[in-house]
Design a protein around this ligand. Structure first.
Ligand code: SF4
Ligand SMILES: [Zn+2]
Ligand SMILES: [Zn+2]
Length: 321
């Protein structure tokens, strides 16, 4: 099969768009989608200047998604003095898994000559995920602990690095899954939060002064295409799955979406675009100064922003102590 844009041989076919693309046109199409998302989400604020550049902290896990995001942002902004990239890697303390992906992060940051910071649960909280899974005082899935700790470290360190933006490598499959899960759980306040936290264009989100804004510029690219991009560009991505991966519900939704996508190509795109529009409407009502907005306060233990007396991270650490 021939590439739709040149005489080269197509190496991929996207059923949702009908496109057949050769290697170079495929790589270009992924890069274009990321750049278009950066523009549409207004990520480069007009106030940015070479004298006062923006600091963009990328949550760099060493998996294919964050590695591809870092590479494309680097290629896009390497010559642009208004943007400084920093890779931030979190070591959860998972034997034989995270060590290798940290190596991938170090290698990538060195190749691209970007600043790289590494922080660990062990140094910050005195815990390792391998031990948390053993203890399991709350009788929960590993990811339920891990997600809370990771979010805390990403936010806190992004703040310390004076980040203007915290970027993560969520792809189209990840975001369509989250959208569907939020729908099925019927939690409209959560949908509104999602918009203000990471989905809406920066200029349309309600102010959340205590958080570094987040962005997910890879969310128009399906997971398979991210993997193909990493492979073709020979990026140092780590592919093994975490041994504690346990989000059973997300796994069910993922299988459901695979089936739907196969029978109805384009389903992920339409779920996400409809969800984003609805999330914007929900955010008007629930977000920041909306009529049903939630009250935020400081955690009595660590001072981070929370809706409760003591934040979730501090109460989990307490039960693990
Ligand atoms: S899969 Fe779960 S336990 Fe493993 S690193 Fe990710 S969030 Fe943590
Ligand atoms: Zn081509
Ligand atoms: Zn706290």
């Amino acid at each position: 099969m021939e590439c739709n844009r040149c005489d080269g041989d197509a190496i991929m076919h996207a059923a949702y768009s009908g496109a057949h693309l050769c290697e170079s046109h495929f790589l270009e199409s992924v890069e274009k989608r990321v750049r278009r998302r950066v523009r549409r989400d207004d990520l480069v604020s007009r106030a940015a200047t070479p004298e006062e550049p923006l600091t963009w902290v990328i949550g760099l896990s060493g998996g294919k998604d964050s590695v591809v995001l870092t590479k494309i942002l680097h290629d896009t902004f390497a010559e642009d003095p208004r943007i400084e990239l920093v890779g931030l890697t979190i070591h959860e303390g998972i034997e034989g898994y995270r060590d290798e992906s940290v190596d991938a992060c170090v290698e990538l940051a060195a190749d691209l000559e970007i600043r790289h910071e590494l922080v660990s649960y062990e140094e910050e909280f005195g815990i390792r995920m391998d031990d948390v899974v053993e203890d399991d005082p709350e009788n929960m899935a590993a990811c339920a602990y891990c997600g809370v700790f990771r979010r805390d470290l990403l936010e806190r360190h992004a703040d310390e690095l004076e980040a203007d933006l915290l970027l993560t490598g969520h792809n189209l499959d990840d975001e369509a899954q989250t959208a569907l899960m939020n729908f099925l759980e019927g939690d409209v306040a959560q949908v509104a939060k999602h918009f203000d936290a990471s989905l809406g264009p920066l200029s349309e989100r309600s102010e959340q002064e205590s958080f570094v804004p987040r962005a997910k510029p890879l969310r128009d690219v399906p997971e398979k295409e991210v993997a193909l991009y990493a492979h073709l560009e020979d990026l140092p991505a780590h592919i093994t799955e975490c041994p504690h991966a346990s989000e059973a519900y997300r796994g069910e939704i993922q299988q459901l979406l695979y089936r739907l996508e196969e029978n109805h190509p384009g389903t992920r795109h339409s779920i996400l675009s409809g969800y984003e529009e609805l999330a914007g409407i929900a955010a008007d009502r629930y977000g920041g100064d909306g009529e049903d907005s939630t009250d935020l306060r400081e955690c009595a233990e660590c001072g981070s922003t929370t809706t409760r007396e003591v934040c979730r991270k501090c109460s989990l650490l307490e039960s693990l102590a």
